[in-house]
Design a protein around this ligand. Structure first.
Ligand code: SF4
Length: 382
């Protein structure tokens, strides 16, 4: 059965559904850390859990990420802030007629973390599920550093939830994604037709994944980074080989514009192979300790300590030694965090206005610098 997290990959490249013996993520530090963070997040959502919320340090050690404690505590902190926001604003914002306090409380009382779900297509664990008489909501914690399109994963959870609990009376199914590191919450409302359509696309992907090897519709690209086949995939390897041979023989600056742009998918495939190589290298070294490279040379994880200054206690000391003008060039302010701190003091419904007013005040004080940079992106034309 398909894991919901692989649904998007299955739709974009059906052969990714074919069985593989290699599981790169299994046992890697990133995977262990990811699972531990999800455990902590489940504890935060359900204070009745066996671990006391008040002692999150203990919880961190129990779930086994002591050596990454700073990072884990950061995720915990961001989760707490997001969860407060989600609980306060979500039910109210998403109903045409406001729910009574009783209904609102009841709605969130039913928020259950780590719900294992299964139907004929999928099997997986939803991070948080909430239901009332009208709607079904699923929430997914994302703790990675980069945003990606997780819509197919969320629709797959909704498909399983609909099978388990029946159709929502209002016909509304809500999928929320909380990007803890990016400080972003996205939510989208779906209908039964959206879920049916998604189910149809998944079934079609499954059908196409079972075609004979010479007819498999490989579609290499960015999606290969998350694919369990990416170390041994005929589609990706063919494309990467094409890129190597073309880049190895051609002077890219001498190519016509059309030839140059036509190379882009192959170069992206090559990038995906290199990226996967690097992360597998890291996982292998972390598991085996050392890897021999050649006579007298090994690959080894070399630890380096980085000292960072903790702003709160540092501030008292800094003021004794340098002036604010001398201090200013040493500081970088995270705009998103600062605006969130301002919004946290504002009442519900006024948070965005508080942020806007604060930004305007900063602008009037000459404290906002606008800089422009450009990155090359593929843009879909209207
Ligand atoms: S590695 Fe890329 S091309 Fe190959 S199956 Fe996976 S997603 Fe498709």
């Amino acid at each position: 059965m398909l894991r919901p997290s692989k649904a998007g990959l299955a739709i974009s490249c059906p052969p990714s559904l074919r069985p593989t013996e290699v599981n790169h993520e299994h046992g890697s530090e990133a995977a262990v850390f990811g699972s531990a963070c999800h455990r902590l997040q489940a504890i935060l959502v359900d204070p009745k859990d066996e671990l006391a919320l008040t002692d999150i340090n203990e919880a961190v050690s129990v779930v086994g990420v002591e050596h990454l404690i700073d990072d884990a505590l950061y995720i915990v902190d961001q989760t707490k802030r997001a969860w407060e926001w989600v609980q306060q604003t979500f039910p109210q914002d998403r109903t045409k007629e406001p729910l009574s306090d009783f209904e609102r409380e009841k709605f969130w009382d039913t928020a259950i973390p780590e719900v294992h779900l299964e139907n004929e297509l999928y099997s997986g664990t939803a991070d948080v599920v909430a239901r009332d008489n009208h709607r079904t909501v699923v929430l997914d914690w994302k703790n990675g550093r980069r945003w990606y399109d997780a819509e197919a994963q969320l629709l797959s959870y909704l498909d399983m939830l609909r099978d388990r609990y029946g159709k929502a009376r209002s016909g509304e199914y809500i999928a929320m994604t909380v990007w803890t590191r990016l400080g972003r919450v996205t939510d989208k409302t779906y209908t039964d037709a959206d879920i049916d359509n998604h189910r149809h696309r998944i079934k079609e992907a499954i059908r196409r994944s079972q075609l004979p090897p010479n007819e498999l519709p490989y579609s290499p690209g960015d999606n290969c980074t998350f694919c369990p086949h990416n170390l041994n995939c005929p589609g990706l390897n063919a494309m990467a080989r094409g890129a190597v041979s073309k880049l190895g023989t051609a002077d890219v600056t001498a190519l016509s514009t059309e030839e140059f742009v036509a190379l882009r998918p192959q170069v992206k495939a090559l990038e995906a192979v290199i990226k996967q190589y690097k992360s597998t290298e890291k996982a292998l070294v972390s598991k085996l300790g050392e890897l021999p490279v050649r006579d007298g040379v090994v690959l080894r994880a070399v630890e380096r300590n980085t000292r960072s200054i903790i702003p709160g206690p540092a501030w008292e000391v800094i003021q004794l030694h340098i002036t604010p003008d001398e201090f200013a060039p040493c500081v970088k302010i995270n705009k998103g965090d600062l605006l969130d701190a301002v919004a946290a003091r504002a009442p519900r419904g006024k948070k965005q206005a508080a942020k806007d007013d604060f930004m305007n005040e900063l602008r009037d004080a000459g404290a906002v610098r606008v800089s422009t940079s450009a990155r090359i992106e593929e843009v879909v034309l209207d």
